[in-house]
Design a protein around this ligand. Structure first.
Ligand SMILES: *Cc1c(COP(=O)(O)O)cnc(C)c1O
Length: 409
């Protein structure tokens, strides 16, 4: 047992479990997996090497591992309506690199969302592998609406003639029109790719339109709204399947993480159940309710609201920076992250906004009534950000509220 063998790590896990139970988790990329997912992750499947694919392995003894991976593949295809699925990617970032590696040459042009407008590091940041090895150009949101403008994106695509057009974001609070993206890609002869890391759970729960059947290649993490283990998958049209599989193994990865693949299969089964669609819709209802309460309290939200699980709030008017707001909320045990807002005049290290989301608190069972309470906590914490006693009082109120929504661990 861990407690006997390594008391230091055992104690840190105990403390982190307690922290997760007692803090209000508003980071939109985080969630609480089921005990079944954790059980699969903590299983003996981690002991096995299985380089290759089901039926074509480089090692003996893969009779059961093959069945696990095959189940994960079949469930992923069914869940998303995909023609082909690769369930081996270690996480969201490598999954994106594997797609680029599979379908492009070094320095080929990719059109993706501006990182300052909500794109991800792997969508061409200059310090990232993506930005160093591919020629990225970026589209952003409209300055007035703060939303994607598909005519503007089309114009950039026509001018730049990218080989791949990437949709998807880490900090965009509105619906993404994947059909419009794939039509633009088709018009300019580009491959269409969607990175639905944040919204995969909403997509399978029918709370956000799907990138299928329009999009050529779709990557997603499995640990955000999808509520599975920390990992990712790549799905694509059949014609790209072989290239994708080769890029994952032997192109970029070695042995698959079989315990995580099993946990992904468990997560896909959970996401197929009718109650997952109820969960996905509740995430959006909660985000809208929280957004409405915050706007009623006078806060400025980017795009003045949300269609998905995520809220981007400009805290400038409160006389705070994003970093200060994050810190004040953390002192009240409300966990969110500082974030740039579109056309931010401040630096990413201390930007003008904070990013919040409802996937984790919805997993805990919270609804509209709690969103009102949470908006009240946020308002009070930001107004009293220098008052340690006030923040401590909010922290105890948060803890009290969370007692009504216990986690299963
Ligand atoms: C989270 C995220 C990723 C990366 O996932 P990791 O598992 O953290 O590597 C990729 N793309 C988008 C849009 C994301 O939000």
């Amino acid at each position: 047992m861990l407690k006997e063998d390594d008391i230091e790590i055992a104690e840190l896990i105990r403390l982190e479990t307690k922290r997760q139970n007692e803090s209000l988790e508003l980071i939109p990329s985080e969630n609480f997996t089921s005990p079944a997912v954790i059980e699969a992750m903590g299983s003996v499947l981690t002991n096995k090497y299985s380089e290759g694919y089901p039926g074509k392995r480089y090692y003996a003894g893969n009779e059961f591992i093959d069945k696990v991976e095959q189940l994960a593949i079949e469930r992923a295809k069914k869940l998303f309506g995909a023609e082909h699925a690769n369930v081996q990617p270690y996480s969201g970032s490598p999954a994106n690199f594997e797609v680029y590696f599979a379908l492009l040459e070094h320095k080929d042009k990719i059109l993706a969302m501006d990182l300052n407008h909500g794109g991800h590091l792997t969508h061409g940041h200059s310090v990232n592998f993506s930005g160093k090895n591919y020629a990225f150009t970026h589209y952003g949101v409209d300055e007035k609406t703060e939303m994607l403008d598909y005519d503007a994106i089309r114009k950039i695509a026509l001018k730049e003639k990218p080989k791949l057009i990437l949709s998807g974001a880490s900090a965009y609070p509105r619906t993404i029109d994947f059909k419009a993206f794939s039509e633009i890609a088709e018009e300019v002869g580009a491959i269409s790719m969607a990175d639905i890391a944040h919204i995969a759970g909403l997509v399978v729960g029918k709370a956000h339109p799907s990138p299928f059947p329009y999009t050529d290649v779709v990557t997603t993490t499995t640990h955000k709204t999808l509520r599975g283990p920390r990992s990712a998958i790549i799905m694509c049209k059949e014609k790209f399947g072989q290239k994708i599989d080769k890029a994952v193994f032997p192109g970029m990865q070695g042995g698959p993480h079989n315990h995580i693949i099993a946990a992904k299969a468990v997560c896909f089964k959970e996401a197929m159940a009718p109650d997952f669609a109820v969960y996905a819709r509740q995430i959006v209802k909660n985000a809208k309710a929280l957004a409405d309460e915050l706007m009623s309290a006078g806060f400025k939200l980017v795009t003045n609201g949300t269609d998905n699980h995520l809220i981007l709030m400009d805290v400038t008017k409160s006389g705070l920076t994003g970093k200060e707001a994050q810190l004040a909320l953390e002192k009240a045990e409300i966990i969110c992250n500082k974030n740039v807002i579109p056309f931010d005049k401040r630096s990413p290290f201390d930007p003008s906004g904070i990013r919040m989301g409802t996937p984790a608190i919805t997993t805990r069972g919270m609804k509209k009534k709690e969103m009102k309470e949470i908006a009240g906590f946020i308002e009070k914490a930001l107004k009293n950000h220098r008052d340690e006693a006030a923040l401590a009082k909010i922290k105890s109120d948060v803890k009290e509220m969370l007692k009504g929504f216990p986690l299963p661990y």
